[in-house]
Design a protein around this ligand. Sequence first.
Ligand SMILES: N=CN[C@@H](CCC(=O)O)C(=O)O
Ligand SMILES: [Mn+2]
Ligand SMILES: [Mn+2]
Length: 312
Amino acid sequence: MSVWQPVSPDIWQGRDDRSEASNALRLFQTVQQRDTPLPSSSGIALIGFASDEGVRRNQGRPGAALAPDVLRGALANMASHQGHDRLRDMGNISVEGDALEAAQQALSETVTACLQAGMQSLVLGGGHETAWAHGRGVLDAFPGERVVIINLDAHLDLRSARQATSGTPFRQLAQYCAAQQRDFHYACLGVSRAANTQALWDEAARLQVTLVEDLDFHEQAQATLGTLLNGADRVYLTIDLDVLPAAEMPAVSAPAALGVPARELLKVIEPICRSGKLQAVDLVEFNPRFDRDGQGAKLAARLAWQIAHWWA
Ligand SMILES: N=CN[C@@H](CCC(=O)O)C(=O)O
Ligand SMILES: [Mn+2]
Ligand SMILES: [Mn+2]
């Protein structure tokens, strides 16, 4: 059975205001839905990566596999403005049983094909195991180019483990780059010293990771971002929603006590989107099982909405 599933027609639904004006449109009316994941020559490929397996292997709280469709549902009724008609929903890649690696391979290949055809990619995870697949797809699409990975996350996700988990994606990407004698450019912004062991901090130093701690985000993030964007040919932005404070985002496996508020994050997300270098974005670790009255879904969807708007 294929790991690909088209999105159910029930998901993209909302209020129809077209009797008021022809431009009174919402996302459910402007998103283009695909039955097959075939790339086109422009637009944003919206891809769901319905995976719990990385979080399960990382001893976390499962539920992220439900995220892509819940986030589509939260996006559906939002007003469609500039950029939103560029979204092309390619459906979901699901993990069958514990076959995470096969699903990751499918996501990597799809992303590479979409980017090489001229699209950009917006992936809704899944746990952060999404990033090994998405990041590899971006690297493969642009060999010889300087791809900078910007991770907004409380966690470094540089774990060493027997198999891929939600805690290993950037170590896997580092190893992938090393095997190709390719430089590895990784920044983790919003990282919590309290949520990462000294061993992980040492690994970040060894890999020369650019770091901005949660406590320093307000003062340091803009300057660091400027340096990162100047040095990039292409940018892959990955947003682990557990970078947000637990009060704003309870709906994750590992909520952050302190975190970086959404308004602070948006101040770095906007220049990344407007840089002309942004190629790929994902939002990961959203877990609807721990949401409160859909508030986390609304915030995650607003981030995705804002990205598609600024990316245009
Ligand atoms: N995606 C990564 N997650 C964190 C989980 C931490 C936790 O469960 O407390 C990590 O591996 O460090
Ligand atoms: Mn995290
Ligand atoms: Mn993470």
